[in-house]
Design a protein. Structure first.
Length: 255
């Protein structure tokens, strides 16, 4: 797998006749999922501290009718109290994502329940995905990706956790990036398998901008190139990606 970020000047100079198809991930690149997770968790932990029930049978509880969410929230609140923690930060949640990407899935204490609670809240919850905030650079990145793509249209390539997340992500695109045709939005579990299914001509180089190592590997194994995105440095990630995309755009104008 080639990381375009590492040697992009040499790589682009070598392949003057090639065209490019840009693929953009959503969560962490266009969508501020971390803010959505942190806000959901901290809001509900505060409700518990204020005396709200975690008994799903109670109509006035935090999650009435949802046994799974209620149980995990109760355990999370207890672990947070045991560790002397009132809330989680964006940095803490992003570090949990980093641990998963390095193959370290043995989380303990409150961190174990933070991850579990995230999945409980986000599962079967179309509205949650649809209402996540956009990152400030989202439209600018899409505009650059469109201009760098051989046909003027970037493709959105995101991963789901369940059918409701797919529907929610499509609504998010409609609400936040309305110029993107939903036919250009692909929400699939295996980004490499999807790339292979496109059967792109050999002179079109696929480039994925994504923050997760898991999807870098999938896309790279299918012959794609990757511009890694660092969720810990959103501004720097945008600047690095923009430099590469602008270089591609400049070469398109010359050809």
């Amino acid at each position: 797998m080639k990381f375009l970020l590492e040697n992009w000047r040499r790589y682009l100079n070598e392949e003057v006749q090639d065209k490019y198809q840009i693929f953009l991930d959503m969560d962490g690149v266009l969508v501020d999922m971390t803010e959505g997770v942190v806000n959901s968790i901290n809001t509900n932990l505060q409700k518990v501290r204020n005396g709200a029930s975690t008994d799903y049978k109670d109509p006035g509880s935090v999650h009435p009718g949802s046994k799974g969410r209620s149980q995990v929230l109760r355990k999370l609140a207890k672990e947070m109290e045991k560790e002397g923690r009132l809330e989680i930060t964006a940095e803490e949640f992003d570090r949990l994502t980093d641990l998963k990407d390095t193959g370290n899935k043995e989380l303990s204490g409150a961190n174990k329940y933070i991850e579990r609670y995230f999945f409980k809240v986000a599962s079967a919850n179309e509205d949650w995905w649809a209402n996540l905030p956009a990152l400030p650079h989202a439209q600018a990145l899409v505009d650059l990706a469109n201009r760098a793509s051989h046909n003027g249209e970037t493709l959105i390539l995101s991963a789901p956790i369940d059918p409701a997340s797919i529907a929610g992500k499509e609504i998010w695109i409609e609400n936040n990036l309305p110029d993107i045709d939903l036919q250009k939005v692909h929400i699939v579990a295996d980004k490499g398998a999807f790339l292979k299914s496109l059967n792109l001509p050999k002179n079109i180089i696929p480039i994925l901008i994504d923050d997760r190592a898991k999807y870098h590997r999938q896309f790279g194994s299918a012959g794609g190139q990757v511009i890694p995105w660092d969720i810990h440095d959103q501004n720097g990630s945008f600047d690095r990606a923009a430099e590469i995309l602008n270089s591609i755009i400049g070469r398109k104008k010359k050809n």
